[in-house]
Write a new protein. Sequence first.
Length: 107
Amino acid sequence: MTLTKGDIVERVCARLQCSRAEGAQLVEAVFDLMKEHLERGEKVKISGFGNFVVREKRPRRGRNPKTGEELIIRGRRVLTFKPSNVLKRAVNHRLVRNRMARAAEQA
């Protein structure tokens, strides 16, 4: 299942007991704030979740796979996400529980 922005809004509204419009406004405000900081090249660090970091990639030599012609690939900015150890443990713990449940069902 994919979690969409609409799903996030619904779940925020349920937890905060607010209207859908208020929840959407809150979620949009958080995403806009994160986007503004990332556009300026600043790191976004969310404790217990992870870090969003904008990295600068330098120009480099490449090759057109169709023609074999060498060319220069322009430098660019890329967004990376590094999950926190808390998030990694939570994801892995769930994976282990799911595997154990499947194994028990098959036995």
